[in-house]
Design a protein around this ligand. Structure first.
Ligand code: UT7
Length: 319
């Protein structure tokens, strides 16, 4: 039994903010942001627009694309680190809005690695619990969780959502091949490198990051995780058509390609357009790669991500 992607759809909020726009109110510049990160612009939610709103639109598009009856969904897994509220979950709201009357729904909090964690959970439900139809939604609004006067963090993030209809299949030539997940909470315990403060004095709080430390761990751990998953599955980079990494920083992604002697042209990079959208970044990049005719059915794709925790992991799938 395999977990296959029937459809994938994305949604970005309509408000676009360029680096130049940010430099109007912040001591920063397009030059600094672009050369350090590769980011040119980001989509941001407007007042009253929340993570689940983005997720609902992406979910409806994925269901429509597959011409699928949402009442046949058995589970909805929502990856978000920026949920509208502590409860109810974004999953419950999305379930209620899309007519998935028979699906159970819940949120997964694995920061920027949330898509890979959620894929692993969906695969377990399909293989271990005999589920056939699962909707996986990643919806993020990091812009609501940063301090817009802190130039070291706010310029890095964007908002967006992606949704995938995952189904069981007997076809061995398609679908998820493997996932590999890791967590190391000790880095955060000893030296807070990437964290959200939690609510403070009636405000929802802010994100802080020691950028250089996270940069170093991102390269080291994504490198380790892609090597291990390939070796464990008797594969090499020659078997991979596309790498789709978490889109935090173009320089991290180029370093990874260089270390692995993998052509950058075969990596999907959307950092320039979307900035860092946490767990939504891989589905957004995958959607972009498919829409632009790069990724085709039958292609083998390697996914990798690292986020706050630290949590990280990789996956291999045949689209
Ligand atoms: O999604 C989870 C994973 N996240 C990541 O992987 C992010 C990893 N880290 C990074 O992407 C990079 O470390 C950053 C883009 C966050 C920062 O780049 P950096 O090259 O590591 O810069 P830095 O933090 O060392 O800062 C260099 C200088 C500092 O000034 P001084 O102290 O050298 O005078 C900062 O104050 O750049 C300054 N700076 C800025 N200047 C203009 C920091 N932010 C800005 C800014 N505009 N927005």
């Amino acid at each position: 039994m395999k977990t296959v992607i029937n459809s994938i759809a994305t949604h970005l909020p309509s408000k676009v903010v360029t680096n130049d726009d940010l430099s109007d109110t912040l001591d920063t510049s397009h030059e600094w942001i672009f050369t350090r990160t590769g980011i040119e612009r980001r989509h941001l939610v407007s007042d009253g627009e929340f993570a689940s709103d983005l997720g609902i639109i992406a979910a409806k598009k994925a269901i429509e694309q597959a011409d699928f009856d949402p009442a046949k969904l058995e589970a909805i897994i929502v990856s978000t680190t920026t949920a509208d509220r502590h409860f109810p979950s974004c999953g419950a709201r999305i379930q209620g809005e899309i007519g998935a009357t028979k699906a159970f729904a819940f949120d997964v909090g694995a920061a920027c690695a949330g898509f890979i964690y959620s894929l692993a959970i969906a695969d377990s439900l399909i293989k271990g619990s005999n589920l056939n139809n699962i909707l996986l939604v990643c919806c993020e609004t990091l812009s609501r969780f940063v301090d817009w006067t802190d130039r070291s963090t706010c310029v890095l993030f964007g908002d967006g959502a992606g949704a995938l209809l995952l189904q069981s299949s007997e076809d061995d030539h398609q679908g998820l091949i493997a996932t590999k997940l890791y967590t190391d909470g000790s880095k955060e315990k000893h030296d807070s490198i990437l964290a959200h403060s939690g609510p403070q004095n009636g405000h929802r709080g802010y994100t802080t990051m020691k950028g250089r430390s996270v940069f170093k761990y991102a390269i080291e751990y994504m490198d380790q995780s892609v090597s291990e998953i390939l070796t464990e599955n008797n594969m090499t980079f020659d078997d991979i058509d596309w790498i789709i990494p978490h889109q935090a920083n173009r320089r991290i992604l180029e370093s990874l390609c260089k270390m692995k002697n993998f052509p950058t042209e075969k990596m999907i990079i959307t950092t320039n357009e979307h900035a860092n959208t946490s767990s939504a970044s891989i589905p957004l990049a995958m959607g972009y790669g498919i829409e632009n005719g790069k990724i085709k059915r039958g292609h083998t794709i390697l996914l990798t991500a690292l986020g706050a925790g630290l949590v990280w992991g990789s996956a291999i799938l045949r689209y």
